[in-house]
Design a binder for this molecule. Sequence first.
Ligand SMILES: Cc1cc2nc3c(=O)[nH]c(=O)nc-3n(C[C@H](O)[C@H](O)[C@H](O)COP(=O)(O)OP(=O)(O)OC[C@H]3O[C@@H](n4cnc5c(N)ncnc54)[C@H](O)[C@@H]3O)c2cc1C
Length: 302
Amino acid sequence: MRRNLDYLEKKSVSLEINNDYKIGKIIISNYSNKKSNERNQNGHLITVKKVKRITPNMLRVTFYCPSLEEMDSSRQGAHCKILLPKPKTSLKDFKEIISIKPKDLRIDERPTRRTYTVRFFRKESMEMDIDFVDHGDEGPASSWARNAKQGSYVGLLGPAFPKIRDFYAGWYLVAADMSALPVAAATIEAMPINAKGVAVFEITSESDKQDIKAPPGIKFFWINHPNAHSPSIAQLSFIKELEWKTGIVQTCIAGESGLIKQLRNYLIKEKFLPNQDTYISGYWKIGLIEDEHQIWKNSQNN
Ligand SMILES: Cc1cc2nc3c(=O)[nH]c(=O)nc-3n(C[C@H](O)[C@H](O)[C@H](O)COP(=O)(O)OP(=O)(O)OC[C@H]3O[C@@H](n4cnc5c(N)ncnc54)[C@H](O)[C@@H]3O)c2cc1C
């Protein structure tokens, strides 16, 4: 049994534990050797530098992320997993917990995990911005962001790569609610300067509009929907009214899963958009926490 306790500094974990092994209060079960290509499945500790309410219902948390030294700004718009510390878990124990792949922890030891989007990454200062919808204290992630201050910390898995990296369409269709504003904004900002298309956003209040550096050919539409928990098909109705262009259409569409299901049906079955041009994803679902939503999504694919 050998354990390298310098993993945080060296950023390469070397654990060789074959039997159940106890570290403080944490029990690692049947842990086996980690290979370097699995490293991204282990959490990195990231700490809060500042929190800013950028619009009434959106909090921008700026994290200091020295463990992302190999990353660059091309990951803006990629998703990542945030691991939230349980109350009363010490920093030392939390570092231990996130250094272990979740599947190797007992269920009650696993930190709460939520999915977010890299809005900005500044390599020179190793800062990453993540925009959290403030939807109250009911969700652990939203609640964490509301209470976060300089020095607060979470674990990070990823980031992955952005879903849309090649822009080849004659016309783009972007649709997002507040949870998908970060991916939509990062995607629009990555588009070529001659891109043309439409972006329709559903926001909680008029003041939740954001400035997005878009190519001049992208037209913006903002729809107010004050109660995110009451289903809305305003974006679907809006899209159905659009004059449809011929040629390749690429989409970046995400938001509440009830709406997304209807939008997907419309775009795939009525507009015949091919899968490879169509990023469309449910980011949350009214009445379900993220883990339940994931189970629901998997059941829809079967
Ligand atoms: C690929 C991907 C990228 C994402 N990126 C972002 C991002 O950058 N920023 C962001 O804010 N969200 C993002 N989300 C959505 C986010 O993961 C969910 O909103 C998540 O459920 C929030 O966790 P929570 O702990 O706050 O709430 P949960 O514990 O999951 O849910 C608690 C309650 O809050 C409700 N709820 C969840 N999300 C919202 C919401 N947005 N508005 C209103 N009610 C809600 C649920 O229906 C449930 O009733 C992303 C999701 C995916 C799949």
